[in-house]
Design a protein around this ligand. Structure first.
Ligand code: ATP
Ligand code: MG
Ligand code: MG
Length: 551
């Protein structure tokens, strides 16, 4: 992989190291374990782990697990698996914000002692109403001036579980007229009577994300806390906590633009909805932008890392077209995927002048430009399958494949001339008859005549049966998540096409659970990790050979 292009964060880190502000850098990737990781998270993973790698620092994997109501061990495990799969290693540095709950609690009491936090009895709705708007200052709560003693007593009772969920919160006492709404006495703790996936049932109150994040960064000695731009408005609060608490270090927050990708949705809430409403087959459905889905589809870690490099890191809001991601996969698989022949929609071909029972072996290169990838033999016989689309009874202008009276080259084998067809009662061609030119072995005519078309084929008696799944975008609108409308109205009803009668060359009989190949002329395919078995092969098309969508 090439050296990462520069970006504003690299410049900042370079300066911080040169000036001696930091001896080495520490970054973190901080997912909340409330869903599976998606391609947007990959941007953050590649950025944070990539910076640590390139500047000789380290990157922590930290679970930002402050809301047990939505979090689950299943997600923790899948996140670890996805980060590893992408090719990154946190080494010893696996952390959970929940491991800091006692420290965070102590800091909350500290703020109370300093008169900088209070227990609020107003309801969530009343708090919202008091908060004001961008143009209107907020109103102070009647509970804002409770004594330190009363606040401590109430907060400790909250911690013991004496109050029902939602009845009280702890708020910072900052400034109800701040132009930044985040500073208008933000909530620090809420009561949730739910066990926690990592720390079990030891807590009845849980810190808010904002109260946990910066302090966790400080505890871990994070130097550059890199987040997406939505958190820019939270930065003054991030800094207020660091200024007002006896934290052991002073991390700094930097923001970058999140990845927006066309023809998909990335919010975990919507992905969750697609999964739980069974609109897709699961979190690893090959049509989803989750890392598990992309993996099942056939995306390689290298292709996703290349994509993250290509899109770069900036502060301007931008949309990336799905075709950019697809092109990164194409480029990677073009290098590494062996070529094979497979027929997705078979049409039988009989070569009438080829001796019955005879079989010839042709040597086929596994990669046209890479002799080091070796070769295999493909069997040729009197009965073959070709692609239905490679035959036309009345060929249109420019059609150089199989048609009555015309010659076409069978890849690696012979030139054949179509002599007739067999049709069913509806006039559908069910069988094509040909004569082969025995002097064209290997595909070159002895007399030098030019044959324009070359098609792929599979020997019928040697063919391996398979199911093949072809995918299209899950949505038929470039921006289904634009807001104001239900994104589900843009679901593409034709996002998957299942072909159950495919015929593959015999070398694929032994295809394993992660076989990746190019079916010549058709695209790159991978065995489906969920459903493919020896004797019942299932392939997913990862990507077509060319971007065939109209621009
Ligand atoms: P979602 O909105 O999809 O639920 P999130 O931001 O709530 O995502 P987290 O688990 O908090 O999900 O994300 C972990 C890290 O990944 C955060 O630092 C977040 O900024 C980053 N991240 C999430 N989505 C994107 C994206 N689309 N582009 C870049 N980074 C992202
Ligand atoms: Mg988040
Ligand atoms: Mg979220």
């Amino acid at each position: 992989e090439s050296v990462a292009p520069s970006n504003f964060l690299r410049t900042i880190i370079d300066d911080d190291l040169k000036s001696g502000k930091h001896g080495s850098i520490v970054t973190r990737f901080p997912p909340e374990p409330n869903g599976y990781l998606h391609i947007g998270h990959a941007k953050s993973i590649c950025l944070n782990f990539g910076l640590a790698r390139d500047f000789g620092g380290r990157c922590h994997l930290r679970f930002d697990d402050t809301n047990p109501a939505k979090e689950d061990r299943e997600y923790i495990e899948s996140i670890k698996e996805s980060v590893r799969w992408l090719g990154f290693d946190w080494g010893e540095h696996l952390y959970y914000a929940s491991d800091y709950f006692q420290q965070l609690y102590d800091w909350a009491e500290y703020l109370i002692q300093q008169g900088k936090a209070y227990v609020e009895d107003l309801s969530a709705e009343e708090i919202r109403a008091h908060r004001g708007t961008l143009t209107e200052p907020g109103k102070e709560s009647p509970f804002r001036n409770r004594s330190v003693e009363e606040n401590l007593t109430l907060f400790r009772a909250m911690k013991r579980g004496d109050f029902p969920e939602g009845s009280r919160v702890l708020r910072a006492r900052i400034d109800m007229s701040s132009p930044n709404l985040n500073l208008r006495d933000p909530v620090l703790y809420r009561i949730i009577h739910a066990p926690h996936p990592h720390v079990g049932d030891s807590w009845r109150i849980y810190p808010m994300y904002d109260f946990a994040h910066g302090q966790s960064d400080a505890i871990e000695g994070i130097t550059h806390s890199i987040c997406t731009l939505e958190f820019e408005d939270h930065k003054p609060l991030y800094e207020w906590f660091l200024d007002n608490l006896p934290v052991p270090a002073r991390p700094r927050q930097y923001e970058f633009a999140r990845l927006n990708l066309t023809y998909t949705v990335m919010s975990k809430r919507k992905l969750n909805e697609l999964v739980t409403q069974r609109i897709v087959g699961g979190w690893d459905d090959p049509r989803l932008p989750t890392l598990m889905g992309l993996r099942r589809r056939g995306y390689t870690p290298a292709s996703i890392r290349a994509f993250c490099e290509r899109i770069g890191v900036g502060r301007g809001d931008s949309w990336i077209d799905m075709s950019v991601l697809e092109e990164c996969l194409r480029e990677d698989l073009n290098e590494r995927a062996p070529r094979v022949m497979g027929v997705l929609k078979p049409l039988k071909v009989v070569i009438d002048n080829y001796p019955e029972g005879q079989v010839e072996e042709f040597e086929a290169a596994n990669h046209p430009q890479k002799p080091e990838m070796g070769s295999r033999t493909v069997s040729f016989s009197r009965e073959l399958f070709i692609e239905q689309d490679d035959f036309m009874q009345e060929p249109s202008k420019g059609f150089f494949r199989m048609a009555p009276g015309k010659e076409v080259r069978l890849r690696y084998a012979y030139i054949v001339r179509c002599t007739g067809v067999v049709s069913d009662d509806n006039g559908v061609v069910t069988e094509v008859h040909c004569q082969y030119d025995p002097a064209s072995r290997g595909g070159t005519a002895a007399d030098g005549r030019k044959i324009k078309g070359t098609i792929h084929w599979v020997s019928a008696p040697h063919a391996v049966a398979a199911e093949v799944r072809l995918f299209d975008y899950l949505f038929n609108d470039a921006n289904p998540d634009r807001g104001g409308v239900d994104y589900k109205q843009f679901l593409n009803p034709d996002s998957v096409e299942i072909l159950t009668n495919c015929k593959l060359e015999a070398s694929l009989a032994t295809a394993g659970s992660d076989t990746q190949v190019q079916f010549e002329r058709l695209g790159y395919f991978r065995t489906d990790s969920g459903d493919s078995r020896p004797g019942r092969l299932v392939f997913n098309r990862s990507v077509t050979l060319k971007d065939t969508r109209a621009k």
